[in-house]
Structures are given as C-alpha cells and as structure tokens.
Design a protein around this ligand. Structure first.
Ligand code: ZN
Length: 174
C-alpha cells in the first residue's frame, strides 16, 4: 500500500486504501483471464452495495476495438445491468491505473470510488500524464485509492510481457 503525497486540493483526493482486497481479487481474476486470451492483463469490476454490477478484462484485440479496455467494458455492462447511464454510488476496482480515456469514462459514469492496483507511469491518466481528475474540465471526481494488491497486478503484467517478448512480439500497454 502506497500513500500518495502529491495532493494539491484541501480535500485529499487520494485516501488510505484500507482492507479492500476482495473485489480486487475478482479484478485480478479478470486480468488473468485476459492474459489467457492473449490480451494485456488488466481486469475491472464494478460494485454497489456489495453487488457486482459488471466485470471485464481487456478485449481490445478480440473486438478490434482500441476502446475495449477493462474499465470501459465493465462500465458498459454495469450501465446495461442497471438501465442507467450513471453508476451513482458504485465503486470500480481495476488492476492498473486507468488511462486518460478510462478516467474520463469513470467520471462520466459518476463512479463514487476508484480503487486501482498497479500504477502506470507510461500510460496512466490519474496520477500521471494529464491527471484527468485534477482538470477543471472534469466535473465529477471519484475518491481514489491506489496500491491495492499492486504486487499481484504488476507480476501478471510482467509475466505477460516477458512471455510475449520471448515469442518475438512487442505488445504495447495502451
Ligand atoms: Zn483505459
């Protein structure tokens, strides 16, 4: 568990993670399943009142869809399940720091809390890059908790990229 100290606002955006590991285990399951399909292993699950509304792993290759990130697919599933374009009061668990696109989708979906495992220096959009939730154009900011089961998520990603490289491929983490 890592504390995030670079907090600018008075109301801290990043809070201590606590013991929220069980739903992250489900997200990790989705990440493993993605790896087994040859997709970059990232998984996400959306929970409200202890109920899973949506869960997904990356399917960008399978669907020929660069937007088919785990978070986007889980949000679509949860919105469909609840017949709503907003997931007020719902929490999203994801194994990797969301990219800018997913951070936008999380905000539009009005996700209450975002829990993520590994941080992503190269492609993350929450703590890195454009830091979407910090922008004045972002109109809904979730509470953010990072570092939950980070080691497990990182080792899944490392194993995937090592194996792909051994096969002579250069897969990219979008
Ligand atoms: Zn994404």
């Amino acid at each position: 568990m890592q504390a995030f100290s670079d907090v600018e606002s008075e109301e801290p955006m990043i809070r201590p993670a606590g013991n929220y590991t069980s739903f992250m285990d489900i997200a990790l399951e989705e990440a493993s399943a993605a790896a087994a399909r040859g997709e970059v292993p990232v998984g996400a699950v959306i929970v409200r009142d202890n109920q899973i509304l949506g869960r997904a792993g990356n399917r960008t290759r399978e669907l020929f869809d660069p937007t088919a990130h785990a978070e986007v697919l889980a949000i679509r599933e949860a919105c469909k399940a609840t017949a709503s374009e907003r997931l007020i009061g719902a929490d999203l668990y994801v194994t990797l720091e969301p990219c800018a696109m997913c951070a936008g989708a999380i905000s539009f979906a009005r996700i209450n809390r975002l829990y993520f495992a590994a941080s992503d220096e190269k492609g993350g959009g929450v703590l890195h890059g454009g830091r979407f939730f910090r922008q004045p154009t972002c109109h809904h900011v979730p509470e953010v908790y990072e570092g939950i089961n980070a080691a497990a998520a990182t080792s899944l990603l490392k194993r995937f990229f090592t194996e792909k490289r051994a096969e002579g491929q250069e897969p990219e983490l979008d």
